[in-house]
Design a protein around this ligand. Structure first.
Ligand SMILES: Cc1ncc(COP(=O)(O)O)c(C=O)c1O
Length: 391
């Protein structure tokens, strides 16, 4: 008996999978059925499910000291921020540690508010930054916002992602304090902007003294094959937000910013009882140790293999609109609703993710093997083909 439906608030779209355990990139359900994991726990399981180093880091830390509030100094947190400073851009040298992605966004909003005399925040169409009220204010989807409009931050304006004309909106507005931007949009359906667009966006924000926040919660930490997704576009944001895989499964998030901005938050203006706790920090240090250049290169190559295999299988299938992605952040956009196809994929042993109503999204662990990628692609392609034949 699983009691979740009985007791947990009905806020999640549930899938018909009851996971018992995981091994590398494979999940096993309570009946022993195997799934190739293309969801990665919504992009959290970047190093898979049986990482000995993360496990040892957490267990050893528990033995030493599992709890130390951020008002106390502690070795695990000190080690983590030291390691983080080596993978974060060197000019983003001050961190706020939270638990969830949305918390990292909330902190960034406050930093902007305290760092600028201007009022407006710009976000993008199809953006996703989380569902706490500040984060929801800059998240685009009406589905998430519609019943909360009156309590969201008022001074937010959305411009069209990757739209050159809309850059004039920022150019002509002298009241913009900050801009939130996903270098590759995740929840919005894996959208990759033009390099030239991003370059112009950065030029304008620099000219107008607008604080640019790159939300790296989904696309960062090696997901696109580079440590940070914004590096694909040769820009330097003023703040980045990090979440999901950074804690190796423990809740951990980071707002990393230029000291001149981060220092504007006064004591007590942002805090969380468990933010940057020793267990999460120990796991986080282990994750950072393992994000070696060879692993990130392999992420890039595995993404190419995934998209090539899918393209080879699906190039004649008219319900497939586009296969796109960067590294292991990929999508199959369909011309039909995905639900029956997604259910068939799950039935056949692949667990994918999705966006909207017609996009199959993939965020597998970086350690997925080439064989698993080919196998998963074939299973997913077969589900799409058999649906296509049936219509
Ligand atoms: C780009 C981006 N920002 C923020 C968030 C919110 O993170 P969390 O769900 O941990 O609050 C997400 C979650 O999917 C995300 O993809």
């Amino acid at each position: 008996m699983n009691y979740e439906d009985k007791y947990i608030a009905n806020t999640y779209q549930r899938l018909p999978v009851n996971i018992l355990r995981g091994e590398n990139s494979t999940l096993f359900d309570v009946n022993g059925k195997k799934y190739i994991d293309m969801m990665g726990g919504y992009g959290v399981a970047i190093l898979g499910y049986s990482n000995t180093d993360i496990k040892n880091a957490i267990c050893n830390q528990y033995d030493r000291i599992p709890i130390a509030h951020a008002s106390e100094y502690t070795e695990a947190r000190s080690n983590f921020v030291d390691k983080l400073s080596k993978i974060a851009p060197d000019y983003l040298n001050e961190f706020y540690l939270g638990n969830t992605g949305a918390e990292a966004i909330e902190a960034a909003i406050k930093v902007i508010k305290k760092s600028s005399k201007k009022h407006k925040i710009i976000a993008m169409t199809n953006s996703y930054h989380g569902k706490t009220l500040g984060a929801l204010s800059i998240t685009y989807s009406n589905k998430y916002r519609k019943n909360f409009g009156d309590i969201l931050i008022k001074d937010v304006e959305f411009i069209r992602y990757n739209n050159y004309d809309d850059l004039n909106i920022i150019k002509n507005d002298d009241d913009v304090a900050g801009l939130f931007f996903e270098a590759v949009q995740g929840e919005g359906g894996i959208n990759i902007p033009d390099k030239e667009y991003v370059k112009q966006l950065r030029e304008i924000t620099e000219e107008k003294n607008i604080i640019l926040v790159a939300d790296e919660i989904q696309a960062g930490l090696g997901r696109t094959g580079k440590m940070w997704a914004f590096e694909n576009f040769d820009i330097k944001p003023d703040i980045i937000t990090i979440g999901k895989g950074i804690g190796g499964g423990m809740p951990l998030s980071v707002t990393a910013g230029k000291k001149e901005y981060m220092d504007n938050l006064d004591k007590g203006e942002q805090s969380s009882t468990t933010g940057g706790n020793p267990l999460a920090c120990a796991a986080g240090s282990s994750v950072i140790n393992q994000l070696k250049p060879e692993l990130l290169n392999s992420v890039y190559k595995k993404g190419e293999l995934l998209r090539k295999t899918l393209n080879d299988e699906l190039n004649e299938i008219k319900i497939v609109k586009e296969i796109r992605g960067l590294g292991l952040m990929d999508a199959i956009e369909l011309r039909v609703k995905f639900l029956p196809i997604l259910m068939d994929m799950i039935k056949n042993g692949v667990l994918p993710l999705y966006s909207g109503i017609n996009i199959i999204r993939m965020l597998p662990p970086y350690i997925i093997s080439n064989d698993e990628i080919i196998n998963a692609s074939e299973i997913m392609a077969n589900s799409i083909k058999s649906y296509y034949k049936g219509i």
